[in-house]
Design a protein. Sequence first.
Length: 451
Amino acid sequence: MSAPAAPAPVTVGLVPQGQVRTLFDASADPVWSLDAAGICHYANPATAAVLGRPVTELVGAHLHSLAHEPGTPGGAAPDGGCPTCPPALAEDAEAVLWRADGTSLTVRLRTQPVLVDGAVAGAVTRLVDSQRASESAEESLARSEALHRLLAENSGDLISQHGPDGEIRYVSPAVLAVLGRTPEQLVGCRALELVHPDDVGAIVDREGRFRADAGRGELTFRVRHQEGHWIWVEAVSSVLRDRTGAIAEIQMCTRDITDRKARDAEVHRESKLESLGRLSAGLAHEINTPIQYVGDNARFLAEAFADLMSMVTLYRNLLDAGEATSWEQRQDTMREAEGRLEVDYLQTEVPSAIEQTLQGIDRVANIVRAMKTFSHPGHTEHVPADLNEALRATVTVTRHQVSRVADLTLDLAELPPVRCNIADLNQVFLNLIVNAADAVEETGRHGAASG
């Protein structure tokens, strides 16, 4: 894309005509036109009023004669260029012009080139009273500062100004409600001293430079309240730079979002519980299956225990029979009883039943532990966590839903603890697995997945 063309000079001629002349004559701003040599070809009534000279005197006069006090050597018509006079065609220059009564007027000359027959022949110049412009700018600045102060001191948000190193130069009265501190307590302090150590990196880089390099940024971090607890805040920052591009000042508008963070965390937790609710049927099945064979094995073990206790009773009776019963008769009686009870069968099946029962109990414990891990509210900050354990827990609570459409196996490498928000990751793992199961189900085929 090519650069936009520069605006063309106004082609009204050195002496404006028609509607242009009417507009200039009616303007309250002093306007004149000069040729390249500095000769005045037109002056409107406002120019005559400002300089205290009639239009007839101004037209044909040289800029040099107006830029020097009457009666001084410099006031004579120049025989060449005058180093103290402003250029006739300067786009923006300051000049001192002299009125007829001998008083001076400092003005800025704002010019627009004039074309005559396609060449720059002169310029139409608007005279701006520098003193009035300066007073107007100062008044505007004062009004702006007063408005800023009014807004800052009556806003519920905390307004602050900081030096490049973070030193607090100004802080609004809202700091008392947000941080429990008065402005006087904070002015002169470094703002980073109040920021949670884990959040400092979000505000400044390793060299301590403010991160909002683009000149504007939104930050979320924790700051210490006067009472010692941490509160969450959201800050919008604006960076002011000097002519070299270096940071001159940082302005911030900070809002307490602790309650909002708590609500978001509660909504997040409710979302996780809702996800568990959708998975509850599958979880009930996952728990019911091991519970069922635990119950069956427990009943079998109860019956086997009763049979074995009857054998123990028989043995005791035979031992107490005395000499009336021979040892051979006692042995025959015991073997006959063992045959009826199928002791060899019990010797094989009881250990198996116990092992299956323990496996079922472990299975139920794993499911309960996974549900507890998955539904735990977690921490608001990043803490070291076992990603493998989190993934196993998520796979456990989704196993029934996934097993209907795919075979899911885990092949996890050993990982060190990772600093993260494990509650958020649990939700991410759940969404990925459930969405994948839904996608496989839509294909109508039984899939396989590993991770």
